[in-house]
Design a protein around this ligand. Structure first.
Ligand SMILES: Nc1ncnc2c1ncn2[C@@H]1O[C@H](COP(=O)(O)OP(=O)(O)O)[C@@H](O)[C@H]1O
Ligand SMILES: [Mg+2]
Length: 342
């Protein structure tokens, strides 16, 4: 069975880096691993030291057992339309500018597209472990609510009202009555706009059964997956991390661990500088106070949410090669992250 690790958390906390690090750790433990990212910033490719990352999983040039893929959510959308609509309808949808606009601007769409693609890789059963780096736009918990939101968008009241409940009959009705009326309106306005909107809504609606079915399957995969929340000690990612304990939808499991990334070393707290300039001593005292605040905060967090907690230290040079990535996991403190990849 393929094990899935979902790496989530607020923006910029180190999700892509931690995903890559866990991938390298697992691969080096002899586990066939795929790391999937949606990060368009090429960070995963850079961190792993591979030139090009495509939507198809590619084996790492030097690390056996390690594969990586970067999902392109706009390409994923076309794939979703092709999967869930009849071929002719799908082609029309992909070309329809309202489809492009709706899928590009609906916040859950990037997450849904990513989740669907990631689940395809899990279902392929070609890897023992799939590490999913969740998309930057999701802001964390939205990744888990995206399938439901997608189902609601496609099958929602607005769309049902506009396109009617039973499709085949409604389509006939549309062709006979509404389309000619819209054509007249379009002739007056000269843009072909109404007909295109109506066409889009009608076509989009035909994907409902497929999307609803796939959404349930995605939720089942989420239920079976291990979730890791990455955060730093800053207020905004902390707020995001807290949401995983308060608002996670019922089907999803509680996060298995919270990773405090870029933490300051505990031994800064009572570092006693020797004879140094007063300004420098003052500076060191301030950093020590910040390290103490972070440590106190972490233990408070662990107590309040009764969760496993691990820390990854802040590095003066961000990890840029496989050894540095692996070292991030092996030198992490607290909960043993390597347990999770097995
Ligand atoms: N422990 C760390 N120490 C120093 N820099 C780090 C650490 N973890 C991540 N970084 C750096 O922080 C930046 C953001 O990390 P990234 O993984 O892209 O975050 P996210 O995917 O959550 O947006 C990157 O430049 C990365 O190299
Ligand atoms: Mg990222």
């Amino acid at each position: 069975m393929t094990k899935t690790l979902l790496v989530t958390g607020g923006g910029g906390v180190g999700k892509t880096t931690v995903s890559a690090a866990l991938g390298v750790t697992a691969a080096r433990a002899g586990i066939r691993t795929l790391v999937v990212t949606v990060d368009p910033a090429r960070r995963l490719a850079d961190a792993l030291g591979v030139e090009e990352l495509g939507t198809e999983p590619t084996p790492h040039p030097t690390e056996t057992n390690l594969w990586a893929a970067m999902l392109d959510s706009s390409a994923s959308w076309a794939a979703i339309a092709r999967r869930h609509a009849d071929p002719s309808v799908a082609e029309r949808l992909v070309d329809n500018k309202f489809f492009v606009a709706a899928t590009g601007h609906f916040p859950a769409s990037q997450s849904y597209a990513a989740a669907e693609e990631a689940v395809n890789f899990i279902d392929a059963k070609a890897w023992e472990l799939v590490v999913v780096d969740t998309p930057p736009s999701a802001g964390g918990i939205e990744f888990f609510t995206a399938p439901k939101q997608m189902t609601e968008l496609v099958g929602g009241r607005l769309l049902r009202w506009l396109t009617g409940g039973r499709l085949p009959g409604r389509r006939f009705f549309f062709d006979r009555t509404a389309r000619p009326a819209l054509r007249i309106a379009d002739q007056v306005l000269g843009a072909g706009l109404f007909e295109q909107v109506a066409e889009f809504l009608m076509d989009f609606r035909t994907t409902y059964d497929g999307v609803a079915h796939r959404s349930r399957e995605i939720e089942q995969h989420f239920q079976a997956a291990t979730t890791l929340v990455v955060t730093t000690a800053d207020p905004s990612p902390i707020r995001e991390a807290v949401r995983f304990f308060r608002e996670l939808p019922g089907f999803a499991q509680r996060p298995s661990a919270v990773i405090f990334n870029r933490t300051l070393p505990d031994d800064w707290i009572d570092a006693r500088p020797g004879r140094v300039e007063p300004e420098l001593a003052e500076n060191l005292r301030r950093w020590g106070a910040e390290a103490a605040r972070q440590m106190e905060f972490r233990s408070e967090f662990a107590n309040r949410y009764m969760t496993e907690l691990t820390t990854i230290a802040w590095r003066s040079t961000p990890p840029t090669d496989l050894d540095a990535l692996a070292d991030m996991i092996s030198s992490s403190e607290g909960f043993d992250l390597t347990k999770l990849v097995r």
